[in-house]
Design a protein around this ligand. Sequence first.
Ligand SMILES: [Zn+2]
Length: 366
Amino acid sequence: MTELRDLTPHTAIASEQAARDGRQRRLLRTFLPELVSLERMLAEAPEPITTRVVDRVNMKDLSLPIYRADIGSSRPDVPVVLLVGGVHGLERIGSQVVLAWLQTLLARVTWDENLAGLLQKVRITLLPILNPGGMYLNQRSNPNGVDLMRNAPITAQDRSAFLLGGQRFSPCLPWYTGDPEQGMEPENRALESVIQELLPGRPFSVALDCHSGFGMKDQIWFPYAYRRRPMRRIASVMALKLIWEQAYPNHDYRFEPQSRHYLTHGDLWDYFYKLVNRENAGVFLPLTLEMGSWRWIRKRPRQLLRLQGFFNPLVPHRHKRVLRSHLSWIDFLVNAAASHENWLPAREEESMLREAAIMHWYRDSQ
Ligand SMILES: [Zn+2]
């Protein structure tokens, strides 16, 4: 008390602020270390990277930034790679995979001339922690209890999976879509504004949104989630799958439309796919990396004693393996985007690849 009385009002406020900042930093180190790592990386990042706070999520005593980082060409006609993590707060490994790739990129960019050449041909935009409030609270939804992946204005055309496909009953249950009258949640609006500003008019763009928790294998999911029919750009997904599998035959991702697993309401990437592709001649492919967490659980069933254990590798050597195992795939996406003219199907190849895609993925649902 004596110290406070002795201070001038200005210094008292400053010291209160410093105490609050110190407390906030301690809370973040404990409950959101990914944000601390991201801030450190961005603070020390070399010149060519730019950083912005696209919005803030305000919680009691805390204001959590949603960061956007950009690197590469600022020309409006180069292809874009958009990397997103942390949409579901429990699936921390998604953010960590994006951060691991960013760390590699930032280390290489200071000396790698080939990378510098590549970055003249492509733009990379990252939002590694889209739902910082959910990650801080260690919950799937955002702080309002809304599942950001069920919150877009799009309705399943067939029977969606019960509850899991999105429910409007209560934010206390998982997979809550939010109130459609209220529009999308702030985190999703922030992402939408990045997409609206960045993607229209591009010849090619690809998004990778990193999640975990479904199945034994790592999967690459693509739209649609709201219906079982193939999307218009399906030939381009098939072409991408083929060049990946030819170049990296020892990697093992399973490519599938999300609708093969279950239909959902409000899928964010269905919505953005339609938004960007509707009015553009270019191609936008939104992909989701679904890391199969059941393997980590099978190898260590004790993980089920912790909620985090359902979605994240908890053993250090397995965690490191996951962080390194997706670097090639993300590098590949950047290279594929930069050289899209060499593999994106031309008109005559398109119908053939579309047929192949329908045979491969949609035979049962035709
Ligand atoms: Zn998820």
